[in-house]
Design a protein around this ligand. Sequence first.
Ligand SMILES: CC(C)(COP(=O)(O)OP(=O)(O)OC[C@H]1O[C@@H](n2cnc3c(N)ncnc32)[C@H](O)[C@@H]1OP(=O)(O)O)[C@@H](O)C(=O)NCCC(=O)NCCS
Length: 441
Amino acid sequence: MVAYNHAMTTDSYVQFFRQTSPYIHAHRGKTFVIALGGDAVAHGNFHRTIHDIALLQSLGIRLVLVHGARPQIDTRIALSGIETSFAHQLRVTDSDAMLCVKEAVGSTRLIIESELSTGLPNSPMHGAQVSVIGGNFITAKPVGVRDGIDFQRTGEVRRVDSDAIQQQLAQGSLVLTSPIGFSPTGEAFNLNYQDVATHVAIALNAEKLILVSEARGILDNGNLVRSLSLPEVTTLKAKSTNDAERNLLASAYQACRNGVDRVHLVSCAEDGALLSELFTREGSGTLIMKDHSEVIRPATIDDVGGILDLISPLEDQQVLVKRSRELLETEISRFMVVVHPEGLLLGCAALYPTMDQSSGELACVATHPEFHDQGIAGRLLANIEADGKSQGMSTLFALTTQASHWFLEKGFIEAQIADLPAQKQSLYNYQRNSRIFSKAI
Ligand SMILES: CC(C)(COP(=O)(O)OP(=O)(O)OC[C@H]1O[C@@H](n2cnc3c(N)ncnc32)[C@H](O)[C@@H]1OP(=O)(O)O)[C@@H](O)C(=O)NCCC(=O)NCCS
């Protein structure tokens, strides 16, 4: 019984690992900016959140972590007996309050740094060795006077030193940024962490901005919205009566409009929410995308790894003919791929023209198993047909052992070995005994 359970656990673990590998591949070397609210730092789940962030770093993702400290500042201000007022959702920070801000931000930062430094053998951080770097990367300016209210030491981001941050990321460091910026005159300003994170993501042209807070994501009539386009963000923002939600939507909109590919809204309260958002198809929070749709394009050498991930299991099952990495690299210009907005490779197909270019073989058609029956292979075929036509081909042919009906439904008719171009006839593998199909294009 114990052995059986163990086998089950191992099986599901192996399956899980295989399912996440395309995402690991897609995220490696990409730049993610994570905004971690002060509420997330104060939350009971904080240790796990920070360990998951360290895990992202160890998977080769370039990380900038921008933390907030609003609840910590509130506590410090309450303890010191001073009072502050708010206007336009901003705290009016006088010089006494600024002292509290510096103390609260400093101690919050230390909590994060110490958590990122733990490396006990029995902790998830064992061997992680995260090198955390900070610096005066944010230049600030005062908010100034609005509606007659002088916001004093409350500031806004004026500039992000993206070159300095990029240098640190290139050296493999995790860049930790606090919500305090300095003016060129050396004055410190209290900044909104979400605003800092948004500006940093834009300045770095980051692939992702991830806003981690107590919100599960965006709710519409109590239901979690899994993904939003920019026009939908605008509509929901106008509808929302919740300030925190409106701020999240505003940051997401600003980031996407200014070059950040995706913004994820993730809960700090749900264990593993960050990992499931980034490494599973379903996700856990809300994804906001500039471009909602998948892309079909000619493959490049960078797609070889993704194509291998997709076709290797099919080769092992002898559904597809084996292709080595070297062969794929040589023939990559023959391939078309379908890529998910997240960068995950969803499908591929190749077109091999005959010597006289009058016909071509459609080969290696494959769709990611989680994305079957969504028309992906059909769209690849349409693209390949158009490509073949533009190259002067009049016929496509294909060999398959298991997808005969798919080809028939796509307008192919069954053919014989004698119908194949001469060079292909001599290469026909009788042992494999594939069925042959052709289509006039
Ligand atoms: C064949 C394959 C590429 C289809 O991918 P897909 O993206 O799911 O295909 P589409 O969404 O364009 O078409 C789906 C339709 O084809 C049908 N279909 C999919 N695979 C099929 C198969 N092997 N046999 C018969 N019909 C099939 C589906 O049932 C669906 O029909 P429906 O719309 O009536 O429900 C995919 O099943 C695959 O990767 N197979 C393994 C590799 C392979 O055999 N390649 C062909 C040899 S090169």
